[in-house]
Write a protein that binds this ligand. Structure first.
Ligand code: ADP
Length: 169
């Protein structure tokens, strides 16, 4: 019937849209791991209601850190930044949801933790720009780029959360 075929078209359209939901790359930096903040930081994104797509503890090699931060390579702090990011394991995460890139940046707070609002991760948990505990992609394009850089094929999970119908009408 035409009703059944229009439902099918709707479902296909839904699937196409769903497969292109915005994703962001969030990383707990070595200071966050060393300071025992992994659970606290993951918890902020979980509680907000975003979908966790990928998660791993990882010792970042120098060339990956340099590629990740390549836009900053002319800045005076670049060598220190690479030493910092490679100084211990980081926690790599991919999070998904409508508007997740900008929202995660708000949850993270300003680059300088002394300027970050209370209630944000950096505002609550850090004091220095050079030790600001967490990274979040600054655009959906960079979200894609960075997830591609830090995760291998097959490392992201395809799953649906039972919470979704209670988060999204
Ligand atoms: P954000 O991480 O908030 O997107 P940027 O992209 O400007 O900030 O910088 C990337 C990272 O480089 C910062 O999170 C911080 O770890 C480091 N960084 C930026 N500016 C400085 C600085 N002036 N001194 C030391 N480290 C810095």
């Amino acid at each position: 019937s035409s009703a059944a075929s229009s439902l099918l078209i709707q479902k296909c359209a839904c699937f196409l849209v769903a497969s292109e939901v915005e994703q962001t790359y969030i990383m707990i930096k070595p200071d966050g791991v060393q300071r025992g903040l992994v659970g606290e930081i993951i918890s902020r994104f979980e509680k907000k209601g975003f979908l966790l797509k990928g998660l791993k503890l990882f010792q970042c090699p120098k060339d990956l850190a340099q590629e990740h931060y390549k836009d900053l390579k002319e800045r005076p702090f670049f060598p220190n930044l690479i030493d910092y990011i490679t100084s211990g394991p980081v926690v790599c995460m991919a999070w998904e949801g409508d508007g997740v890139v900008a929202s995660a940046r708000k949850l993270i707070g300003a680059t300088n933790p002394l300027q970050a609002e209370p209630g944000t991760i950096r505002g609550d948990l850090a004091v220095q720009t050079g030790r600001n505990v967490v990274h979040g992609s600054d655009s959906p394009d960079n979200g894609k780029r960075e997830i591609g850089l830090w995760f291998k094929e097959g490392e992201l999970a395809q799953w649906e959360s039972v919470q979704t119908p209670w988060l999204i009408e």
